[in-house]
Write a protein that binds this ligand. Structure first.
Ligand code: MRU
Length: 345
């Protein structure tokens, strides 16, 4: 059964609280835009497409709450700014909020509320369709059973369902072409161990958990046929921001002659940002590194470096898998064309 991490009700939004997985499956009830901002910032909901969809529902909740205020438009614009700045790296969040603001221009408060709700519902449904299409596009890169290594969580939990990198893995599994999925645990917050491992077990896809530092060893042993990861933002030249550790994996894959694929929807392509140097990278709290599972694993005052994402240069990316097909280097023109096509569709 498809895991659906975000659900809308008549007056609230329910978010599967990913901070508690895999220990417990608890749903967080959000009734305001600020509830959603907090859920995004504390990673109760995370993953680029999922935070875009959550952001849209957050804006709908705010429109409902503010609809009788005389300063409705200005207050909603403030809420939109807060939501789109909740996390800076994933472009899907600002993409979703900008799309919403364009749709509601000139509408009265009542129409705004229903338009935002309908837009969020549509984007959510389309996201799953895109992921299934991405899975089919990804299949064209394989001709038989494979051992895949993945990092972080780019699965159902990071999207409206099915997943991007895990969507390709699911499509391979549906063809019985998965021999093995190597799951990087993904320090510091263990999205691989807590979320990807949970999803793969849920769907009975053969998977083995690794600490991040073990990836080189399984590659050296010839046990990895391809690396597939998700993305938070892909600049016009193909440089890709994704969970910290992705860049290191790409270097390792290159050294071992293993194809390195990025799976992402067209909404993650950012033709306005020329290259990786211009992608804003979120830095997170020091205690995420000093502590693990609620206990101290380092001196409490040690200085910490904690970027949530790194940038993999386009030169290390064999191909990018989107719902509109697979693109290969040089990426610039293909990225322009895919974003134009998606806008016109
Ligand atoms: O900090 P997170 O857990 O939101 O980071 C998520 C990732 O890096 C994912 O790989 C990316 O958002 C793609 S999700 C389909």
């Amino acid at each position: 059964m498809l895991i659906e991490p975000i659900r809308r009700d008549t007056d609230h939004v329910e978010i599967l609280d990913q901070r508690r997985l895999p220990e417990s499956e608890r749903w967080l009830i959000c009734t305001t835009g600020n509830d959603v901002v907090e859920a995004i910032q504390t990673l109760a909901v995370r993953g680029a497409p999922a935070i875009g969809i959550a952001g849209l529902y957050g804006l709908w909740l705010e429109a409902m709450r503010l609809q009788h205020q005389p300063q409705f438009s200005a207050m909603l614009q403030d809420a939109a700014d807060r939501i789109s700045q909740a996390r800076p790296t994933a472009v899907n969040l600002s993409w979703a909020v900008n799309q919403a603001l364009e749709k509601i221009r000139g509408l009265d408060p009542r129409e705004t509320v229903s338009t935002l709700r309908d837009l969020a519902d549509v984007v959510k449904v389309q996201d799953v369709e895109n992921n299934v299409a991405m899975g089919q596009a990804g299949l064209t890169l394989f001709s038989g059973p494979a051992k895949i290594l993945t990092h972080c969580n780019a699965g159902s939990l990071a999207t409206a369902g099915y997943g991007t990198a895990l969507g390709v893995i699911r499509a391979l599994h549906e063809k019985q072409w998965i021999d093995q999925v190597w799951v990087d645990e993904t320090r510091p917050l263990l999205q691989g161990a807590r979320l990807t491992a949970w999803e793969l077990e849920h769907d009975r896809i053969p998977a083995t958990l690794l600490t991040d530092s073990m990836a080189s060893q399984v590659m050296a042993l010839g046990e990895v046929d391809a690396v597939i990861v998700g993305a938070d933002r892909i600049a016009r030249n193909g440089d890709t921001a994704n969970k910290i550790g992705t860049y290191g994996l790409a270097v390792l894959a290159n050294y071992h002659n293993i194809p390195f694929y990025v799976a992402a929807p067209v909404s993650t392509l950012d033709p306005v940002t020329p290259d990786g140097l211009h992608i804003p990278i979120e830095h997170r709290a020091a205690d995420e590194v000093r502590r693990c599972g609620g206990i101290s694993t380092a001196p409490t005052t040690i200085a910490v470096y904690n970027p949530a994402f790194d940038v993999t240069p386009a030169s290390l990316i064999t191909a990018i898998i989107t719902e509109r097909g697979v693109i290969r280097p040089p990426y610039g023109n293909a990225i322009d064309q895919l974003t134009r096509e998606a806008k016109d569709a």
